[in-house]
Ligand binder design. Structure first.
Ligand code: ATP
Ligand code: MG
Length: 423
């Protein structure tokens, strides 16, 4: 199956918006067993859009366009494609009603221009937009029109905003593709998310034991990101289910506590779910991460059941005042020290009345390091009932990456303790 993605938008050409649709759509398609053959991004120019779509349709079974379905004068995808396909546009009354309701629910007047979004090509399947006003559109282009042969091509137009495109793709396009464009063979993909080991170590641990499965067709892929490694297992054909489940058993045996999740899970969601399951609560005391750990925890729906609250104690005084860290501890050991981290965690646990508390204190840089405590040094403490653990790490990155990696280590520390406590 040949699949091409065409992203439209002058903002992509100007560098003011990162083309995340490219990655997201490719990833979602790959999960279903479709591999994209070509990606193109073009400005909001009628000629460019028409030319690229025409070329795409001359090669591909499926062409997906993104963007340019909105109400403004630079939104020309729908018009240009209707022209290219010689298709008249007509107003779809259900879309008109949806747009009217969309504005009514938000107590906003409906601008006249938004009505153009209800214009749809005669033969198109209309994909209602649950999170916006412009519907997605699906058209079937007969074989012989742009490409040789009998086989038709599918042309799918999706709206630009990610929060509109993503649910529309997952809920409406995926079932449509399953029906209209069956993947060539059974395809199974399972992704494991690991932390605490680099990608070569992950490979060293698992690859030898997986060799027999690899000979049977198992494909392994590694994707290293800051603070985590994604391990992808793919199998095809009739024995795909059996190969993947055997691979999963082996992988879990060999990386028992490095795997924090599968597919789209995040470390913070796995931590929150463990806390919910165990009926435990957590608090955080953050210096160098500036609230980032609290941010990540509160990104998870349901966090309110387990997250008691956090302290961003950047100055020494704040550590003393909000967490009760004794002045002598900071004086004798320094604000960046195992002792201070420990006192911060214990103070946060006590003051927030939580079962667990995480504390971090470190030197994000670029300045402020010493020989004994170089830039990147961080102490992470975890206080629980009767016991406080402290680890030391050197995370030498730019400030933002430093925060992410440090939060990753802190959340992973909590995750491991929760696993141990539940056993
Ligand atoms: P709207 O009704 O909002 O105008 P639209 O379908 O016309 O939607 P565009 O105008 O092309 O879509 O894009 C709307 C917004 O969606 C852009 O400002 C941008 O923030 C985001 N967006 C568009 N294309 C992409 C992309 N390829 N990757 C990430 N974000 C994108
Ligand atoms: Mg627009």
């Amino acid at each position: 199956v040949q699949i091409e993605i065409i992203n439209t938008g002058s903002e992509l050409m100007l560098g003011s918006v990162l083309n995340t649709h490219q990655q997201w759509l490719c990833r979602e398609l790959a999960k279903l067993g479709y591999v994209v053959t070509r990606q193109t991004a073009v400005a909001d120019s009628g000629e460019m859009i028409e030319q690229t779509v025409r070329e795409g349709l001359s090669r591909a079974d499926l062409v997906i366009t993104t963007g340019g379905l909105g109400p403004t004068s630079d939104d020309i995808t729908r018009d240009r494609i209707a022209q290219l396909l010689d298709c008249a546009l007509h107003e779809d009354s259900r879309v008109v009603q949806h747009i009217e309701e969309f504005f009514a629910h938000r107590h906003r007047a409906m601008p006249g221009s938004t009505r153009v979004q209800a214009l749809v090509p005669e033969s198109a399947i209309v994909l209602p937009n649950a999170h916006g006003t412009a519907p997605g559109l699906v058209m079937e282009v007969p074989g012989g029109r742009f490409r040789a042969g009998e086989r038709p091509s599918l042309l799918i137009m999706l709206p630009g905003p990610p929060r509109e495109l993503r649910p529309m793709f997952s809920n409406q396009v995926v079932p449509l593709l399953r029906a209209k464009l069956p993947a060539m063979e059974d395809f199974l993909c399972r992704t494991f998310l690991t932390t605490g080991l680099g990608e070569s170590l992950v490979e060293e641990r698992i690859a030898p034991s997986l060799r027999p499965l690899i000979e049977q067709g198992l494909e392994l892929g590694y994707c290293a990101r800051v603070g985590e490694v994604e391990l992808r297992c793919v199998a095809r054909g009739a024995s795909a289910v059996q190969i993947i489940s055997q691979a999963e058993r082996t992988i879990r045996e060999l990386l028992p506590d490095h795997i924090f999740g599968v597919e789209d899970e995040t470390l913070e969601s796995s931590v929150v779910h463990l806390l919910i399951r165990q009926g435990r609560t957590v608090s955080v005391a953050e210096s160098c991460t500036g609230g980032f750990i609290a941010h990540r925890l509160t990104n998870v729906p349901g966090a309110s059941a387990v997250f008691r609250g956090g302290f961003v104690t950047y100055s020494n005084e704040a550590k003393e005042e909000f967490l009760g860290v004794r002045r002598e501890i900071i004086r004798d050991h320094g604000a960046v020290s195992a002792e201070t981290a420990r006192a911060m965690a214990e103070g946060a646990r006590h003051r927030a009345n939580a079962d667990y508390a995480i504390a971090v204190t470190g030197i994000a840089g670029p300045s402020g390091g010493t020989e004994e405590k170089p830039v990147g040094t961080v102490f992470i403490a975890l206080a629980s009932n009767g016991k406080t653990r402290v680890i030391r790490s050197v995370n030498r990155y730019d400030r933002e990456t430093f925060k992410f990696v440090t939060s990753q280590q802190a959340l992973d520390m909590l995750r491991r303790v929760l696993l141990k406590d539940q056993a």
